[in-house]
Design a protein around this ligand. Structure first.
Ligand code: GLY
Length: 315
């Protein structure tokens, strides 16, 4: 049986030690992914996941998350979930308590969270709100009716928000979606993904983090994979599943990630931003790829005292 291992994308280091502790105590890969991801979702300095995530164009935080198990390919996800700080736990509840479905979005996802006893919270922190308002001000339009003299203010606000989405789409810097993949002592694998999604996105937009095959895929016959970055590309490319299919053909994890990213990279896209991928095999090999030099992912085994950073291969 392979040694338990947990890997994660940039900024998952906040949660990996908690996940590894779960694995060391004999916990499942699903328990480890959930525990690790909750730490990331609760990290207020990360503006791309959970509480403190950047809001949609109307200033409302909407979260996407998913979990997938390798032995059965059972999948649970939520999309555009408002008001619940730990969407990874709601996604897990979909997987475990609503086996007739795989994915819930919007009001239905919130209803399910409420029915299952999850607590609500204000997800828009002062800092995230300030970042959003700063962007809106740059559009020269009013925010929340400040420009009351404008009779057509509401219409202009909506138009400005749409312009803003178009203008901000290819945003700079790494995306903050978090991928965590764990392999437990029994050989089960779980892939988890959580995000606040595209900053200032169109309300209701759901990205690849909630979509099986796009941002998350796990098949114990070959491995698990997950994506960060421009979700529209991985949804069109079926990128996480492509990575796992390449693993099944015998490709090494970093090579499989690079090839799948190259395929998505060839798609025409006016809003291009970087896409990254990460993969783990059932015998514990791991790798990642990205479009930029210097990109890393984090790894912990049972012998680790802290997450180790590994380079991603470059597209
Ligand atoms: N990959 C995260 C998103 O596109 O929402």
């Amino acid at each position: 049986m392979p040694e338990a291992v947990i890997i994660g994308s940039e900024r998952s280091e906040v949660g990996l030690p908690t996940g590894m502790e779960v694995l060391r105590r004999g916990g499942s890969a699903l328990d480890a992914v959930e525990a690790a991801m909750r730490c990331c979702e609760d990290n207020l300095t990360d503006h791309y996941v959970g509480t403190g995530g950047l809001p949609n164009a109307q200033g409302v935080v909407e979260l996407d998350a998913s979990v997938m198990l390798g032995s059965s390919r059972r999948f649970g996800s939520v999309g555009a979930l408002r008001g619940y700080p730990n969407p990874i736990s709601v996604a897990r509840a979909v997987l475990e308590k609503l086996p007739q479905h795989c994915m819930l979005v919007g009001e239905g996802a919130a209803l399910f969270a409420r029915e299952n006893g999850f607590s609500t919270a204000e997800l828009l922190t002062e800092e995230s709100r300030a970042l959003w308002r700063e962007q809106l001000r740059a559009s020269g339009e009013s925010v929340e009716g400040e420009n009351t003299a404008a009779l057509d203010g509401d219409r202009r606000y909506r138009s400005a928000a749409l312009d803003l989405i178009r203008r901000l789409a290819p945003h700079e810097g790494p995306w903050g979606t978090i991928n965590i993949i764990a392999l437990d002592a029994l050989g089960e694998m779980c892939v988890g993904v959580s995000t606040s999604g595209y900053p200032y996105k169109y309300p209701g937009r759901v990205g690849d983090s909630a979509v099986p095959g796009a941002g998350n895929w796990c098949d114990l016959r070959a491995g698990g994979a997950a994506c960060t970055g421009r979700g529209e590309l991985s949804m069109r490319g079926g990128t996480a599943r492509s990575v796992v299919e390449l693993l099944a053909l015998g490709r090494e994890p970093s090579e499989a990630c690079r090839s799948a990213l190259a395929e998505a990279d060839a798609l025409p896209d006016d809003f291009r931003a970087e896409l990254r991928a990460l993969a783990l095999t059932p015998d514990g090999r791991h790798g990642g790829a990205a479009g930029q030099q210097g990109s890393t992912y984090a790894v912990m085994t049972e012998r680790s005292t802290q997450p180790e950073l590994h380079p991603r291969s470059v597209l």
